[in-house]
Design a protein around this ligand. Sequence first.
Ligand code: CP
Ligand code: NVA
Length: 319
Amino acid sequence: HQSLCGRDFLHFSDVGTSELERLIRLAQVLKEAQKSNFTHRLLAGKTLGLIFDKSSTRTRVSFEVGMLQLGGHALFLPGNQLQTGRGEPISDTAQVMSRYLDGVMIRTFRQSDVETFAEYASIPVINGLTDEFHPCQLMADALTILEHMGGLQGVTVAYVGDGNNMANSWLQLAPKLGMNIRVATPPGYQPLAHVVEEAKFHAVHNHTQVLVTTDPLRAVEGADVIYTDTWVSMGDEAESEVRLSRFEGYQVNEDLCALAKPDYIFMHCLPAHRGEEVSESVIDGDHSVIFDQAENRLHAQKAILAALLADAGAFGEDL
Ligand code: CP
Ligand code: NVA
């Protein structure tokens, strides 16, 4: 895990296939260990700051618990209670926190703010969700797909809904893990153009497929995984009425899922809105793996934390 040691985890642009595969393997090992009540105290005595400018259930709890299970400690730092909320520069905050902590996770609006923080920090910075990306969620999702499908190579993921942080992260990750990714959004709600280009570039190299369309039926036809997310992300609340009408016809329901492979799985990063982006029958039905995904946030993040923050000698022969 040397290659990620001391680095930031802000998006997937600078993370290679072998590093991603090693992270997933480490997550599997840490999950098995935890299931048999064994704890690898890879981060004994280490501290992680958790800066939240947006709400969270899964991310906050899984990071706090994950640090504890690895022998370290996490500090919950709501942005509005930090001096950044009163105008202290991000650059100063990053340099101050680097004198106390071993790592920082940040959930905020602008990706550029996380990048600025990372530029001035001398400790690893982890993106816990921005308007643009949600890489920690994607590592949990990859682990979940691996567990349910037995592999990642050649798996086709159909993402239907808003071209938001989740869609962008899927486009960045899928080709690097040998997966096909199809994204269907209403016109005007497409994922970031430069991310689509990046995905197409890696897809050519890795012989995978990328499809960005406005047709949900085309996306879902024959897919192994159907993925959706809220139509109104944190920060989009003012547009919610317009969005709910524009996204009509993009709901993941029984009719749409009937086009996928018979043994498809349904995924959602949560929180979900039954009756909006997904019907109750699908999200609470037999194909849904949403709570496995939520659980895997813990295991995947422990792998990320260990890879970034553990001392070189901390990994035993079994890791
Ligand atoms: N999926 C996810 O990141 O959930 P929270 O917003 O609850 O952290
Ligand atoms: N797209 C959602 C994901 C929440 C985990 C949001 O940004 O609010």
